[in-house]
Design a protein. Structure first.
Ligand SMILES: *[C@@H]1O[C@H](CO)[C@@H](O)[C@H](O)[C@H]1NC(C)=O
Ligand SMILES: *[C@@H]1O[C@H](CO)[C@@H](O)[C@H](O)[C@H]1NC(C)=O
Ligand SMILES: *[C@@H]1O[C@H](CO)[C@@H](O)[C@H](O)[C@H]1NC(C)=O
Ligand SMILES: *[C@@H]1O[C@H](CO)[C@@H](O)[C@H](O)[C@H]1NC(C)=O
Ligand SMILES: *[C@@H]1O[C@H](CO)[C@@H](O)[C@H](O)[C@H]1NC(C)=O
Ligand SMILES: *[C@@H]1O[C@H](CO)[C@@H](O)[C@H](O)[C@H]1NC(C)=O
Ligand SMILES: *[C@@H]1O[C@H](CO)[C@@H](O)[C@H](O)[C@H]1NC(C)=O
Ligand SMILES: *[C@@H]1O[C@H](CO)[C@@H](O)[C@H](O)[C@H]1NC(C)=O
Ligand SMILES: *[C@@H]1O[C@H](CO)[C@@H](O)[C@H](O)[C@H]1NC(C)=O
Length: 459
């Protein structure tokens, strides 16, 4: 910047005010759609998978495979919330490409180091596609619903009561470090997927699994029933007797979303009171008064500027799941929406960076761009801004098979067992693959030692 010649500086000055900054009127649907469109364009500009030589469904380094799944899920919702079809064909192609030959989001490029949490973020994308009647995938591909069912079937088979009284492990295969870790996002992810399948299909098997998972979670050290705090993870090497107490928006969001779907489906008051308590704790923890009025913050890393690539995207998931909760549990709408509105205004104010003047940073409590940029920042800003459409456009709640959802059910999908806890069956993993996974292990161990865990999946 310091070497910018005067002429260029003048040009920059001329260009920025024309293109720069996103204005948002949170009461005007046209304004919200325009802001969302600008941010979605910035988000999708990171994706080169549909270009010649690109791999459909992957984001370039440093973005892990799971985050691409999260992004396409949000883009499905972008279409439903704004009615903008611009990216539908790319999004559909990406999701189908990464289903893998068994339609279970375990494509061969990812399988050897894929975690349950990685897989479930793609299942969420597929589930959203079913719930919003996103255009069906090409014939020959499993339906959106079937792909989510495939992931459910595999994760249910990985439920492991041999330690900690149950729970899902973080990693799928025992040769990956983190196999001993039973973490919040893997278990709450499976809980939310079960809840959504229960509501969509009406099949009690899914509701029973939601109940089993939720009861196990509540009884575990991952949860404090008095304060409604949700902790990040625990190790089965000590039978899950202590937890890493780091707190993240996406863990709370996964619980809130799961409870909203299962409460909407069952009307069971236990889920509602747990939901209300966790929502209260979420609002006090992640919307601190010291960082603005009702503005979401990733409090564990944002104030120190230490959020990593994955963590920069977490606010997107809390935003998405708060929004759907406002729909599914109408009694909570008036509590939730003011927080989404204030955060959306904050996020728009932070989207005035970069050479295009509309790049989003992470500090939603400031209208001065914080100098950061990336998929996570774009995704988070887009999620919270587009969420305003639920009330502005009076959007329908996610469909079910009895309210117009057309995605075809296949309860036996994904039956090709891909599990380790009941016997290692991934015969195609070679010694070389394991060596590759071992390198990853060293990287993860650094994370354990520094007390910080994150989602991983590398290739
Ligand atoms: C990739 O998608 C973008 C945005 O929809 C589009 O402009 C471009 O033509 C696509 N590229 C290919 C090779 O399909
Ligand atoms: C798997 O990786 C290969 C080599 O990088 C690539 O050509 C292929 O498109 C990838 N497939 C998927 C589904 O990611
Ligand atoms: C491990 O924890 C589970 C659940 O709390 C408990 O039922 C089980 O008895 C414990 N096992 C051992 C060996 O302590
Ligand atoms: C409500 O849900 C809780 C948690 O899953 C379960 O323990 C309880 O049995 C359910 N109550 C009824 C009436 O189904
Ligand atoms: C489920 O959501 C719909 C749509 O908001 C709502 O009409 C219905 O009352 C909800 N059901 C429960 C049990 O809250
Ligand atoms: C959550 O907060 C609301 C509003 O402050 C309060 O009325 C409610 O009792 C709280 N619920 C729980 C379960 O703590
Ligand atoms: C925004 O949050 C930062 C911490 O990340 C804090 O230092 C600053 O005072 C906050 N600004 C406002 C206007 O609340
Ligand atoms: C939800 O709450 C917001 C903010 O209070 C309000 O504007 C909106 O009308 C409410 N939506 C419904 C469906 O009640
Ligand atoms: C309900 O789901 C279970 C588990 O996938 C499956 O075995 C059963 O066939 C399903 N029932 C119906 C009616 O689809």
């Amino acid at each position: 910047m310091r070497t910018t010649p005067p002429l260029a500086r003048v040009l920059l000055f001329l260009v920025v005010p024309l293109a720069g900054a996103i204005t948002l009127d949170d009461t005007d649907p046209a304004s919200v759609r325009a802001a969302a469109s600008t941010i979605a364009h910035g988000l999708m500009s990171y994706y080169t998978g549909n270009e010649t030589g690109g791999t459909p469904g992957n984001l370039p380094s440093p973005y892990y495979w799971w985050e691409a799944g999260a992004m396409f899920g949000e883009m499905v919702e972008y279409w439903f919330y704004t009615a903008d079809t611009t990216y539908n064909s790319e999004v559909s192609q990406a999701m189908v490409s990464q289903m893998g030959t068994d339609g279970d989001y375990m494509p061969s490029n990812q399988t050897k180091d894929e975690g349950n949490d990685d897989q479930v973020f793609w299942a969420f994308a597929s589930m959203s596609a079913a719930e919003y009647n996103f255009p069906a995938p090409p014939s020959g591909s499993p339906s959106w619903l079937a792909a989510a069912q495939a992931v459910f079937n595999q994760q249910a088979s990985r439920w492991d009561p041999t330690t900690c009284g149950g729970g899902l492990r973080w990693q799928i295969y025992s040769f990956n470090s983190g196999y001993d870790y039973k973490n919040a996002i893997s278990n709450l992810g499976f809980f939310q997927l079960s809840s959504r399948l229960a509501r969509y299909t009406g099949n009690d098997t899914y509701a029973d699994w939601a109940s089993t998972t939720w009861e196990w979670f509540k009884g575990s050290v991952l949860y404090d029933a008095d304060t409604y705090a949700i902790y990040d993870g625990t190790s089965d090497t000590t039978n899950c007797t202590s937890a890493d107490h780091t707190q993240w928006t996406y863990n709370y969001g996964a619980a809130i979303g799961g409870l909203a779907y299962i409460y909407n489906h069952t009307g069971n008051a236990t889920y509602l009171s747990d939901l209300e308590g966790i929502l209260n704790t979420t609002l006090t923890t992640f919307f601190p008064a010291s960082m603005g009025n009702k503005i979401m913050a990733e409090v564990t890393c944002q104030p120190t500027g230490n959020c990593d690539t994955d963590e920069l995207s977490f606010k997107a998931y809390l935003s998405r799941w708060l929004a759907v909760t406002a729909q599914l549990v109408p009694a909570l709408n008036s509590t939730i929406v003011p927080y989404l509105q204030a955060s959306a205004i904050g996020a728009a104010g932070q989207c005035d960076g970069g050479t295009d003047g509309v790049t989003c940073g992470q500090e939603w409590n400031s209208t001065t761009w914080d100098g950061t940029y990336g998929v996570g920042q774009q995704m988070s800003a887009l999620a919270v801004i587009q969420s305003l459409m639920i009330n502005l456009a009076d959007l329908k709640t996610p469909y079910t098979s009895s309210t117009g959802g057309t995605s075809k059910s296949d309860p036996t999908a994904g039956s090709t067992t891909k599990t380790d806890s009941s016997g290692y069956t991934l015969t195609t993993v070679t010694t070389a693959d394991r060596a590759g996974a071992g390198i990853l292990t060293a990287v993860i161990l650094v994370g354990i030692i520094s007390g910080s865990w994150w989602l991983i999946s590398s290739d």
